[in-house]
Each structure stands twice: as C-alpha cells, then as structure tokens.
Ligand binder design. Structure first.
Ligand code: AMP
Length: 357
C-alpha cells in the first residue's frame, strides 16, 4: 500500500494522463509523466516529467527509479518498454493486460476462451485467408488490423460491393482479423475498477454515440433493461478477475435486439481509464481517475454511486470554439485539455451535464 506523498509514474501525456494527475494530486500523490518529446496536456499538471522515446532504456530505468508504481494511459505501450519497467518497479495494471488488448486476435480469443460473447471472428494473415473468411462470415463484415487500431483506424467495412483487393490494401496487408458485422441497436461500455485485494466496483452502464468513429456523446444510464446492464457489469468483472487486473478498465459492448430480447456482444477491452467514463468526475461519488489511483496505490475503492442522469459531450476539433457559450450554461461542467490546434477529429475537451434522474 502506498502512502500519501508517493509518486505515480504515468506512461503517456494526453488528456487521460492529465485527468489522472489531477485526481492523484487531490489524494496527496505526485505524478511523473513519461512521454516522447512534445507538448503534452499532462505536463501542465504533473510534478515531474521525462521527455524521451518509449524505447529509451536509460530514460526508462531512471524513470522507474524515481517512482513507486507505474501505470499508463494508453494500451499500445511497447512490450519492450513494459519489460524494462516490470523488472524495476510495480506496473499496474499488469503488462499482460497490454499484450492481450493491443492485439485484436489475442483480445477476441481471450474473450471467447472466457466463455463470453463476442462477434464471430477469424484471423487474416494473407489475401487468400481474406477471400475464405468473407466466404465464411459473409457480407457485410469488418476487416480490422490486429494491432494499433483505435477510433476506427485500421478498419474497413466489407460491404456487398467492396473489392477485397482494395480492402486488403487499405489495411496495408497487415495481419488482421475479420469480424461478422453486428447490426447493433446501441453501443455501451462498462467502466470498472479492480482493487489489489480483488474487490471490484463498476460504474453504471454508459451508452455511447460515435461520429466518424470517434466518441461524441455518452449518456448514463444506458437505455437497456436492468438485467442487461447487470450482465455487462458482471462480464467486466469476469475479465478483470481473469487478468488479475489492478486499476480501471473499460469494456465496450454492442447491444443487439433479438426475438429473445437484448443480447450483448463484447467489442473490445481498454486496459485504462476511458473516454466514456469522463462523466464520473462530476457525476459519480468517485471519479474513474481517483478510482484508478486508489486501485494502483493499493487503497480501497470508492463509491461508484451516480448523481443524476448524465450526458457527457466530447468537444472534437472546432467544437471547442463553443467554449464561451458552455461557460455561460448553468450546471455545465467544462473541461478543456489545453491542446493547441483544433484539428479535425482531435479531442479538445468535454462537457458534462447532470440532470435530475
Ligand atoms: P473498434 O475500433 O473495434 O472499437 O470499432 C470502432 C467502431 O466501429 C465501433 O464503435 C462500431 O461502431 C464499429 N464496429 C466495430 N466492429 C463492428 C462490427 N463487428 N459490427 C458493426 N460495427 C462495428
């Protein structure tokens, strides 16, 4: 168990690291951010920083020596980086969670092997396998690179007319998986934490709307049956337990309406705090960022009770120009990440609105 005054090392310097560092500070914990040279939002609020490449072994060793525990804000931490750190300092969540979630084939196989539902999927290691895979799963189906996919990147929808050669070229002929297309009615996510003692606490189920594959709006609670929400939460708990996970994780799921009612299919696991959990800063007794700090510090988890009906809107690109109007809106909680240029698709901030339940 860490004591107040301890130093948390965070790999990555984006808005998730920024919000983690802010939560840490309110608990008397210091943060040391490790990120490649650049202008990172988290630098503005952290006690210390290292600007170095993720494969800089010397910088990683010095970083490890200066912190009490290491965590991360993104899942694509290189395996070599994690290996250098785990020899020197506790890394939470365990790097095994990274290895599984940064490869869609390993991730989907892990979910299936746990006996949990996920869309049908096949490995694609060459063009011949893509032709066979589409013959098996049919059209539409979704081709996704195994690695480095996020916000819809590295992903191609194979529709009735899609030329398979073009689709394969669009993912640069990389190792991939082919997934059955899911005609979902809703996309939802569970943000949950597992403490070092194995206890688990989940926030209420979030319902997520995307624009151009980027999260635009989260509503809580999700408009699903209570049993569906409870099942999603139980699935996240099962995943966290199997990974011997410590910290916050998010599980993204599709809700499918069938004759038998609502069915859930797991899309992916994020081994970190998640954009769909930003509402917890004002909308829950404990924020996901504080919860993550509590977990990795070996402290008890906090209450996840929700404080109303919630809407969290992402401010993407030019949306941020509305900030002055939002400032004038009673009860709107505005967060700006301090990023420079409002490029299209860039997450510049978010706003949380809380209504009577
Ligand atoms: P992902 O990168 O896997 O999170 O996918 C990004 C988005 O693409 C998801 O949020 C869905 O809206 C959509 N998507 C991904 N996989 C499927 C699928 N198998 N069927 C239908 N839509 C999908």
């Amino acid at each position: 168990m860490l004591t107040p005054g301890a130093t948390i090392g965070i790999l990555g310097g984006g808005q998730l690291a920024q919000m983690l560092a802010l939560a840490a500070a309110t608990l008397g914990l210091r943060c040391h951010i490790f990120a490649p040279p650049g202008d990172h939002p988290a630098f503005a609020v952290a006690a210390a920083r290292t600007e170095a490449a993720y494969d800089d072994a010397q910088a990683l060793a010095a970083f490890a020596a200066s912190v009490d525990v290491v965590t991360y804000e993104f899942e694509n931490v290189p395996a070599g980086t994690a290996a250098i750190l785990v020899d020197r300092v506790p890394v939470r969540p365990r790097p095994e969670a990274l290895a599984i979630t940064q490869d869609r084939w390993l991730e989907k196989s892990f979910i299936r092997d746990l006996g949990l539902p996920t869309p049908a999927f096949l490995p694609i290691d060459g063009f011949d396998m893509l032709e066979e895979g589409v013959a098996t799963l049919g059209r539409p189906s979704v081709l996704k690179t195994r690695r480095m996919g996020y916000d819809g990147k590295g992903q191609v929808l194979i529709g009735p007319e899609t030329d398979l050669r073009t689709a394969f070229a669009a993912i640069a002929a990389q190792p991939a998986i082919l997934e059955a297309f899911v005609p979902f009615s809703r996309e939802v996510s569970v943000v949950a934490a597992r403490a070092a003692d194995g206890s688990i606490a989940a926030f209420d189920l979030c319902e997520n709307a995307h624009k151009h594959h980027i999260l635009a709006l989260t509503r809580v609670p999700a408009a699903v049956a209570g049993a569906t929400a409870a099942l999603a939460s139980a699935m996240a708990g099962q995943i966290a337990a199997r990974l011997d996970y410590v910290g916050v994780l998010a599980v993204e799921l599709f809700v499918l309406e069938t004759a038998a009612g609502e069915t859930l299919l797991i899309n992916e696991i994020a081994p970190r705090v998640h954009n769909s959990g930003h509402w917890t800063i004002e909308g829950a007794d404990t924020s996901q960022f504080e919860q993550h700090m509590r977990a990795i510090a070996g402290w008890p988890l906090g209450s996840t009770a929700r404080r109303g009906r919630i809407e969290m809107e992402n401010l993407i690109g030019e949306d941020v120009a509305r900030f002055a109007r939002i400032l004038g809106e009673p009860g709107a909680h505005l967060h700006l990440y301090g990023k420079g240029e409002a490029r299209p698709g860039r997450k510049m901030g978010h706003v949380t609105r809380i209504f009577d339940d």
